[in-house]
Design a protein around this ligand. Structure first.
Ligand code: I3P
Length: 126
């Protein structure tokens, strides 16, 4: 099988498109702005890439860095209060970044929730 690696050569556990909104940065609230993101999950982090018809090309521009989320000590929980959309869960990092992730497709968002939760549960808490 192909070995797919991220920028630091760790093995990809799951990847795909979800709707994403970052709602806090370092504990500071941000204006909600949903956008489609290509998400790459590895054992200890998630990377959010900009949506593109050709993600590989758009994201390989010199100097382009995906937004990176450290899952060590992170929390994940379903929320019905932070959005009018269905199937929304929130990830909160130790550094106080908050992300909402959403898909209308039930099995797809469930798969993501459990994959991220399993990754968090396997990691040290700090
Ligand atoms: C927001 C936008 C978001 C919506 C949010 C609005 O308006 O419509 O999609 O969140 O609701 O404030 P704007 O584009 O003017 O910032 P949901 O789609 O998740 O409901 P909120 O203020 O209740 O978070």
């Amino acid at each position: 099988a192909d070995i797919i690696s991220t920028q630091d050569h760790t093995v990809v556990e799951k990847e795909g498109y979800l709707l994403k909104a970052k709602i806090a940065d370092g504990g500071k609230k941000l204006r909600k702005n949903w956008s489609t993101s290509w998400i790459v999950l590895t054992a200890r982090k998630m990377e959010f890439y900009k949506e593109s018809k050709q993600p590989a090309l758009a994201n390989l521009k010199p100097g382009y860095k995906p937004e990176c989320v450290d899952l060590c000590g992170a929390r994940i929980e379903w929320t019905t209060e932070k959005s009018s959309r269905k199937n929304v869960f929130q990830i909160t990092t130790l550094s106080g970044n908050e992300f909402l992730l959403q898909s209308d497709i039930d099995f797809l968002i469930l798969d993501w929730f459990h994959a991220i939760k399993n990754a968090i549960d396997r990691l040290p808490k700090e």
